[in-house]
Design a protein around this ligand. Structure first.
Ligand SMILES: [Zn+2]
Length: 238
């Protein structure tokens, strides 16, 4: 299983960057996991749009799905399966109405399987202001979980149990925590999630450009040593 990070920033990118998106390649499939701003340009550095087998959208906030609205204008040889939450209705219905897409709603009951492979993809609802799902990929004895966006959640921690790699929303430093109810984990909560789940490696994503990455990494490593902040256009093999 290979991840190519197309965008790691949220809720907005820094100069030259992109917001959340990742190309997952596994069992011969190419799956676009979220499609934040800048991702449509980036993904074409690795494959043609016609090579994509499907798009999975964790949720319909713009920093995770903006370029799907641009993808509507691209010529595609075949209809593209897209899996997305049913709400918010305006964003869902706008994407679902595009005749180039084959839309299907994500639920926790959904498991995607692929003929002639052992790849399984499953979903877990997270705590976020809009309907959002973490995504788990399992194949050839390896497991990768991407949180989408979430506050700290025991349900998400259970979903990450024993994963080889978890890529988690890390929107805040701990000093920002007491100010309000946050829509994202702090880096310490992300690290605590990885530690409690018994994950092998933590990739931090949803990086706010206002933060110093060294400071984010330092906070995480106090709790969970095997942590990396993802780098755009870097590939990670699981
Ligand atoms: Zn969000």
């Amino acid at each position: 299983m290979q991840l190519t990070i197309l965008g790691k920033y949220g809720p907005y990118p820094k100069a030259g960057g992109a917001t959340t998106s990742c190309l997952v390649e596994c069992c011969g499939k190419k799956i676009l996991l979220d499609a934040g701003s800048g991702s449509l340009s980036r993904v074409q550095e690795y494959c043609s749009l016609d090579d994509l087998d499907m798009v999975l959208l964790t949720h319909l906030h713009s920093d995770h799905c903006a370029d799907m609205f641009v993808l509507r204008y691209a010529p595609l040889k075949n209809t593209l399966p897209i899996y997305l939450p049913a709400t918010p209705a305006h964003e869902h219905d706008t994407l679902a109405a595009c005749e180039k897409f084959e839309p299907a709603d994500i639920t926790e009951a959904l498991t995607l399987e692929f003929p002639d492979t052992d790849l399984q993809i499953s979903f877990c609802k997270t705590l976020h202001p809009v309907e959002c799902y973490a995504v788990k990929f399992c194949s050839e004895g390896k497991t990768f979980v991407f949180s989408g966006d979430s506050r700290y959640s025991e349900h998400l921690t259970d979903f990450c149990r024993n994963a080889d790699v978890v890529m988690l929303d890390s929107g805040f430093l701990k000093d920002d925590k007491p100010k309000k109810i946050l829509p994202h984990m702090t880096v310490i909560e992300a690290a605590q999630t990885a530690k409690t789940a018994g994950a092998g490696k933590l990739l931090l994503t949803h990086i706010n450009p206002a933060y110093d990455e060294a400071e984010l990494l330092c906070e995480a490593c106090e709790v969970f040593q095997n942590t990396t902040i993802v780098q755009e256009k870097r590939q990670y093999t699981i």
